[in-house]
Design a protein around this ligand. Structure first.
Ligand code: PMP
Length: 298
């Protein structure tokens, strides 16, 4: 049976789930989205994802014409119809169908769709051996222009960075902000681990989101794991120099989960292979996803 897609209150086979060419999500990238995961019938951090979706929409003055409870129901039903216990869930809310002008007031009703599918992760070898990254010339959107905390359909900033990384033979890009400080990657937040003072435990560092990053839900889960495991953690302004000289670097995101980075701009990071703390945090994160979440059955 073809994949069933939720679109404005109904389910359609994948090839029949269609939206108008006048939809401002398509014409202008005017809309918001979320990427969510379920693991063995548990939707991870669903409430957090829905809150972020609603917050992004609120900033855009886009009123989502359903409640979070109704959205949750629609997600669960889409998962069931597709018989998916382990899934990637994409929720999209666009401004809706309007005319060819920008004015969102001309769009009468937002378009909502939900796609649930199997997830395509990075190849397993990258988790085992680590990723090589490059810093790209495209800087992250200015928070005063299009705030990266808004998870909007306008991902061109990230796509340009992705193109530049791939042109250089890398799968992921480090994005700096306009001041040259580390912001995040094209679809992931970034962390580093460094033993700065010969302590028994190293320090876990990540840039503050106000420098130009999405407030990642995986990022927050890692921060909470670090607190539980008594790993010292700090949000700190970071430069490329800090990353080059880190003991370990890893990325976090719903799709990628936790992926080690072993090379940046030609510099080996640490010993040039995934480090032990990345491994510990990966394992803890994995355990969390298998025991916490909104439960459903098929
Ligand atoms: N930064 C960007 C630009 C992203 O698109 C994502 C993934 N949605 C993330 C970071 C990671 O966020 P999360 O952990 O909530 O998936």
């Amino acid at each position: 049976m073809p994949l069933q897609v939720y679109l404005d209150g109904r389910w359609y086979p994948k090839n029949e789930a269609k939206i108008s060419v006048f939809d401002h999500g398509l014409l202008y990238g005017d809309g918001v989205f979320e990427g969510i995961r379920s693991y063995g019938g548990l939707i991870f951090k669903l409430k957090e994802h829905l809150n972020r979706l609603w917050e992004s929409a609120h900033t855009l003055m886009l009123e989502i014409p359903m409640t979070q409870t109704e959205m949750q129901k629609a997600i669960l039903e889409t998962l069931k119809r597709n018989k998916l216990l382990d899934a990637y869930i994409r929720v999209v809310v666009t401004r809706g169908v309007g005319d060819l002008g920008l004015d969102p007031a001309k769009c009468l009703r937002p378009t909502i769709f939900i796609i649930t599918d199997k997830i395509v992760l990075y190849p397993e070898s990258l988790y085992a051996n680590g990723l090589e990254m490059i810093t790209v010339p495209t800087v992250r959107n200015l928070p005063e222009a299009v705030n990266p905390s808004i998870k909007s359909l306008n991902y061109l900033n990230n796509i340009l960075a992705k193109i530049e990384a791939k042109n250089s033979g890398c799968m992921e890009a480090l994005m700096l902000n306009h001041q040259g400080y580390v912001a995040e990657c094209t679809g992931d937040n970034i962390f580093m681990v460094k033993n700065e003072d010969g302590a028994a435990r190293p320090r876990l560092l990540t840039p503050p989101v106000y420098l130009g990053a999405l407030k990642g839900i995986t990022r927050q889960a890692i921060i909470e794991i670090a607190a539980r495991k008594q790993i010292p953690f700090e949000e700190r302004i970071l430069t490329r120099h800090d990353l080059f000289n880190a003991d370990e670097v890893f990325l976090t995101g719903t799709a990628a989960e936790i992926i080690p980075v072993v090379k940046l701009d030609g510099r080996l990071i640490g010993k040039g292979k995934p480090g032990p703390w990345t491994g510990i945090l990966r394992k803890e994160f994995r355990n969390l996803t298998r025991k916490e979440g909104v439960h459903y059955t098929l």
